[in-house]
Unconditional design. Structure first.
Length: 175
């Protein structure tokens, strides 16, 4: 993950935490999942560079989760910006809005409104979609395939071909 991608994740999380006054990471993860899914379906790319894995209670942004749990190699500055108390996250500063587009803010606001007050069980049911079930059957990492994530969000098969092409271009560029 590049420094800019790391910074974007932190700024998106800070935006959500400042809008909500702080929240448990379960709700945060689901807001991030649905915001990323919507960005994928509408623009062909994820809002943040983070793999989502199908864990027992739903999709989880793996790198962010590992950083919250203390892995300083993934997001080394997370603890400078976000206070973690058990399962609850509080912002230490405002989000740097230079990292968020108007689209990002609108989608995040809508996802915050829709998912931040949902009960744990309702959020779990909502996030246990076909791509989550498919990833849960994989042995090992349980990584949710981006194409499956887009398919669950309503993307057409033609658009999924485009998404896969963009992923291949991005991967080729990174290597």
């Amino acid at each position: 993950m590049t420094n800019i991608e790391q910074k974007k994740i932190i700024e998106v999380v800070l935006y959500i935490l400042n809008k909500t006054g702080g929240m448990d990471y379960y709700h945060l993860f689901k807001i991030l999942y649905f915001a990323n899914q919507r960005s994928l379906v509408e623009w062909g790319q994820l809002m943040t560079a983070n793999r989502f894995c199908a864990l027992p209670h739903g999709p989880v942004p793996t790198e962010l989760y590992d950083a919250i749990k203390g892995n300083k190699n993934i997001l080394p500055h997370l603890s400078d910006d976000i206070h973690v108390v058990d399962y609850y996250l509080l912002p230490k500063r405002s989000a740097d809005m230079e990292y968020l587009s108007q689209y990002d803010k609108e989608v995040l606001d809508e996802c915050i409104a829709q998912y931040s007050k949902m009960s744990f069980s309702d959020l779990e049911k909502t996030s246990h979609t076909e791509c989550w079930r498919k990833a849960r059957t994989k042995s090992g990492s349980h990584v949710i395939d981006v194409a499956d994530m887009a398919r669950d969000g309503g993307a057409s098969e033609d658009f999924i071909v485009y998404i896969n092409e963009m992923i291949a271009v991005d991967e080729a560029f990174r290597s």
